[in-house]
Design a protein around this ligand. Structure first.
Ligand code: SAM
Length: 330
């Protein structure tokens, strides 16, 4: 076993696996209404290739947690099987899913049976009209159904991730929190990052963690949940003294790169050592050229060693990565 260590002493143990770049929503900050130029089918890893890379990560490189994402991972036909095969690996990794929950109502039980541990559901508003306005699809009820199915299937704790957008839902933080508290879901707000294909992100338009917390404090008493944050990106707060909590992931205003333990595998088999990396390491070509597990592991280790100390959003020379969030795996 050789850990995925970088030159700054960080060790990657948390693998984000994108299973597709496609999505069935069109969240305006993430994807244009007409969609994007989807990855050609031949470029995408097959189920066997995905599982092989996860196996190498788990067996040889110290990966202990695997999160499936996309695009929308529920659109991947082989998802349940990929989860099952991941959970059969030794040592068994934790497996979770980041999803918009469309269709989760139908597969939550099967995913749980396959060994999935948890889900994070993305939901930016609990107002039906605003949901349709943000996602360009009138599917709020399906998300509610998906969330309920996740809870019923024991995929706990069910977490909800929300992005606030200025002038659209930035006044809805307390309402979102109350909605989640009423249903036992754990809410986390994520600062919007410069990863949109339209390159429309500006720092002044982004709703900051401080603004989110100030808005929540108009309705709730928040106290620091005072667990060491470690590599967990969310700062957690007890709501009205607890036991329920709310989290804020301040990737932009309070970056946590020094504690980052993540590595990403795109749906076309590229290793990215950072969400904001401008370079990738192509494992798919090596894999299809017949590289053995040790060779793949060596390439993966080399890709991680050069991880930069920080994402550099505040650096004047910052350049947004070529791939948008949906093609990297959020
Ligand atoms: N389709 C799945 C979902 O909806 O959770 C997984 C992929 S989606 C890209 C993952 C998360 O990234 C969602 O919660 C979405 O809100 C978030 N996201 C997309 N673009 C973002 C951005 N520029 N900054 C912060 N979060 C973003």
């Amino acid at each position: 076993m050789q850990p995925l260590t970088d030159r700054h002493g960080r060790v990657a143990t948390d693998l984000r696996v994108s299973l597709t770049d496609r999505c069935n929503l069109r969240c305006t900050y993430c994807m244009p209404a007409e969609g994007l130029d989807w990855m050609p089918n031949d470029d995408a890893l097959t189920d066997d290739e995905v599982v092989r890379l996860i196996r190498i990560g788990v067996e040889q490189l110290g990966i202990t947690a695997v999160r499936f994402t996309g695009g929308e991972p529920l659109l991947r036909k082989g998802l349940v099987d990929i989860v099952r095969r991941t959970k059969q690996l030794e040592p068994t990794p934790e497996a979770s899913l980041t999803t918009n929950a469309l269709g989760l109502g139908r597969v939550a039980a099967a995913l749980s049976d396959a060994g999935l541990d948890r889900v994070n559901v993305s939901l930016d508003t609990v107002r039906r009209e605003d949901f349709a306005r943000i996602t360009l699809r009138d599917r709020f009820d399906d998300v509610v159904t998906g969330l309920e199915a996740a809870r019923a299937a024991g995929l706990a704790p069910v977490k909800v991730n929300a992005v606030l957008l200025r002038g659209i839902n930035d006044d809805q933080a307390p309402e979102l929190l109350q909605w989640c508290l009423d249903r036992g879901y754990q809410l986390r707000f994520i600062e919007q990052m410069p990863l949109d294909p339209q390159h429309g992100w500006t720092r002044s338009m982004m709703v900051t963690a401080d603004e989110i917390l100030a808005s929540l404090r108009t309705a709730f008493d928040l106290t620091d949940a005072s667990k060491p944050r470690g590599s967990q990106p969310a700062e957690e707060f007890l709501v009205n003294g607890g036991p329920f909590t709310v989290g804020v992931i301040a990737s932009v205003t309070r970056p946590f790169c020094g504690d980052c333990d993540r590595v990403r595998l795109t749906a076309d088999g590229q290793i990215r050592n950072c969400l904001f990396a401008r370079e990738e390491s192509d494992l798919r070509t090596a894999l299809r050229a017949g590289a053995d597990d040790d060779e793949i592991a060596r390439r993966w280790i080399a890709a991680m060693a050069v991880k930069l100390p920080g994402h550099g959003i505040d650096d004047p020379t910052f350049l947004q990565p070529t791939r948008p969030m949906s093609a990297i795996g959020g």
